[in-house]
Each structure stands twice: as structure tokens, then as C-alpha cells.
Design a protein around this ligand. Structure first.
Ligand SMILES: *Cc1c(COP(=O)(O)O)cnc(C)c1O
Length: 373
């Protein structure tokens, strides 16, 4: 029998508001000079929001580039009919480069060996492949060390079937340390300047992620690479931009029972009722990516009021002591998002959980259906 229920038979789902995504994209655009290109990172299933739906809306908004972590994510976009340029931000092994050509994905490269392998295959296929070269100016992740970058770029420039379309770096402390970031920007600027003097002109020069593009206006170069802010999440408080959270996480009350005072709740009985009260059960848990360490800590919304999770979060369920409040079976509960005047944010859950909002949204399990608005 076909499932007529868009979300399946468990009333737990994530709502993804694509109008808010568009709002955030425009908000970012308003910070940029008009000729600056925008690459939005849609890696990790668009930060848990759903790769293809998010990518399609961004294309409709006029995004210039999409950034993915792997060839596989790029292939998924191509199979969904996405035609705009896609940069693979992560590295791959030499044996796996064929699909870059088949699916027209742009690789990030950091060394000569990969450049030669790409050039050799490009010659064989009678193609010219665009690449972006990654430079490490102080992050210590992938990327050629800035001291070695000039030589690498000039070497790659000699490979006839490679087009150096972009060069980029990534900030380590854009949220914390203005001086260190300024130093990274200077090193990068100097490299690009030296290359120019040697007639190596690279069209796309990029460095800034979300916080970088907001806090360091001189880091925009010719393209920026926001992710987080496009999803309406703040990398830091008080940034003076107006974002709308794109994702809400919702479920429904499936069970309510009256218990006496002194009744222990969930594994380990870490919560004990202080009076006769009502305990609500919700069909969502750490198996959905909701962090277990939020047990007895995080708040959620039922009937427009905030209630704290009571006892340990289970794999598929959690409980809430709602006191005298009388919800009904089927009432909506909001774990991330708004209900009435109340709101729970991914940032708030991240703070309580000892992590960052990125991990909260990326961690939402694939078994949670994403519903698009
Ligand atoms: C993920 C990523 C970004 C986007 O970072 P946000 O903090 O989400 O804006 C930018 N650049 C690179 C290389 C990335 O991997």
C-alpha cells in the first residue's frame, strides 16, 4: 500500500523553509559589492537541510557556485539536473578522478602529483579541466603551505590541459582573532599579487566563509564561500545581520500519563517527579541525531510553552514533565523552531550540548523526513 502520509507513519519531521533560505542569501548578497561571486557550501546534505532541494532553490536565487565535500555529493547534484559550476572542496585519490570529467566537477588541488594526473587524463580525453588551488595560510588543513604556493602555481600553470580557474584559502580564527585573520589575508594577498606580476591571472580568488565575509570585508576578493549564514544560523552573536533559521524540528505528543510524586523517569532514573504530574512521551531521540547529552537540560515547546526534557533521552523517545499542563495526543512539540511567541534555536541547543550549531543540524538523522515549504 502506498504511504499517503508525506512524513511516514512516525510524526517526527524537519521543516525546511526555502523562503528563509532565499532571504538569507539576499541578506548575504547585500553585504557584497555586486561583482563578487557567491559559492554556497551545500556539503553534508546541505548542512542537514537536504542537498538537492536546497541547491535547486539557490540556483533559482542566482547563486554562482556550489561547494561540496566529495565527488559523490557533486554527482548527486548533477543527477538532479543542477548545471551550475560545482567545486569539490575536499580531496580525492588519484584513482578516483575520472568522474570529475564525466560529471564536470571542479577539483581542489594542493600538489603537483594530482595536477599531473589530472592533466594526463585531460590530454587523453582531449579536454581542459578547471581547478582551484588551495593554499594553507594558517589553518593547517589541506592546502599547499603558503611558502611553497608560488612555485606550485607556476608549475601547474605550465600544464596545458589544466585551467587554474581559482585559488583559495581558509580562515582558522575568523570568529576569534582579527589579527591572525588579517595575517592570513595578507599572506594570501601577497601570493595573488606575486602571481599577477608573473602574468598568472586567476579569475576566482576566495577566502571568506560566513563569519569571514561578515567580519573581514577585505577578505571578499572575487568570490565568497558562505555556508552557515545561508541556513539562517549565526556563527556568533551580535553580527548586525538579520537571518531567518531555515530548519525546524518537530514531533507530536504520542502518550500522556499521570504519575505520582517521587516517580523516576527513563534509563538511570535521573529525573524524579517532585509532585503528582503529567509525563508526555515524544517519538524522537538520539537515534534522530538529537544529542543525548541534552538529557535533563534542553527545552522544547508544547502548547506555546517551554518545557525541559525530563530524564535521559532514549534512542527513539524522550519524556517531558509538563506539570498541570494538559496537552492532547497529537499536539505538536517543537524541538528546534518557533511555537507561538517561544523559540528554541539550534545555537541554544549547541551551547547546552557543548558543540556548535553546525553539528546540531548536520547530525539530524536521515530517517527524519525533510518537508519543504
Ligand atoms: C564549509 C566550508 C565553508 C563554509 O563555512 P561556513 O562557516 O559554514 O560559512 C567555506 N569554505 C570551506 C573550504 C568549507 O569547507
Amino acid at each position: 500500500m502506498p504511504n499517503k502520509n508525506a512524513i511516514g507513519y512516525r510524526p517526527t519531521w524537519a521543516e525546511v523553509n526555502l523562503d528563509h533560505l532565499e532571504h538569507n542569501f539576499k541578506e548575504v548578497k547585500s553585504l557584497l559589492r555586486p561583482q563578487i561571486e557567491v559559492l554556497v557550501t551545500v556539503k553534508a546534505d546541505a548542512y542537514g537541510h537536504g542537498l538537492v532541494a536546497v541547491a535547486k532553490r539557490l540556483v533559482a536565487c542566482g547563486v554562482d557556485y556550489l561547494g561540496v565535500a566529495s565527488i559523490d555529493e557533486g554527482i548527486e547534484l548533477r543527477k538532479a539536473g543542477i548545471k551550475i559550476p560545482i567545486l569539490v572542496l575536499g580531496l580525492m585519490l588519484k584513482k578516483d578522478i575520472q568522474p570529475l570529467f564525466t560529471f564536470q566537477l571542479i577539483p581542489t588541488i594542493c600538489d603537483k602529483k594530482m595536477a599531473v594526473a589530472l592533466n594526463t587524463l585531460a590530454v587523453e580525453l582531449k579536454q581542459r579541466i578547471p581547478v582551484h588551488i588551495k593554499v594553507d595560510t594558517g589553518m593547517g588543513r589541506i592546502g599547499v603551505l603558503h611558502d611553497d604556493a608560488f612555485k606550485l602555481v607556476t608549475d601547474i600553470h605550465k600544464l596545458k590541459n589544466i585551467q587554474i580557474q581559482g585559488i583559495f584559502t581558509h580562515f582558522a580564527l575568523a570568529d576569534l582573532d582579527r589579527k591572525f585573520t588579517a595575517r592570513q589575508i595578507n599572506l594570501f594577498n601577497k601570493l595573488v599579487g606575486d602571481l599577477k606580476k608573473n602574468n598568472i591571472l586567476i579569475p576566482l580568488v576566495h577566502a571568506a566563509n560566513s563569519i569571514g565575509l561578515i567580519r573581514h570585508r577585505n577578505s571578499h576578493f572575487t568570490m565568497v564561500r558562505p555556508g552557515l549564514v545561508i541556513y539562517g544560523l549565526y556563527p556568533k552573536k551580535n553580527l548586525g545581520i538579520n537571518l531567518k533559521p531555515v530548519l525546524s524540528l518537530k514531533t507530536r505528543v504520542v502518550f500522556i500519563k499521570q504519575v505520582g510524586s517521587g516517580y523516576g523517569i527513563s534509563y538511570g532514573l535521573t529525573y524524579t517527579t517532585k509532585r503528582a504530574t503529567r509525563i508526555v512521551s515524544l517519538p524522537v531521540g538520539y537515534g534522530d541525531g538529537y544529542p543525548r547529552n541534552l538529557s535533563n537540560l534542553a527545552w522544547l515547546l508544547i502548547g506555546g510553552r517551554r518545557f525541559r526534557i525530563s530524564g535521559r533521552i532514549c534512542m527513539d523517545q524522550m519524556m517531558v514533565d509538563v506539570g498541570n499542563f494538559k496537552p492532547k495526543i497529537g499536539d505538536e512539540a517543537v524541538l528546534i523552531g518557533k511555537q507561538g511567541k517561544q523559540q528554541v534555536t539550534a545555537e541554544e541547543l549547541a551551547d547546552l550540548s557543548g558543540t556548535i550549531s553546525y553539528e546540531i543540524v548536520c547530525g539530524l538523522a536521515s530517517r527524519i523526513p525533510r518537508i519543504y515549504k
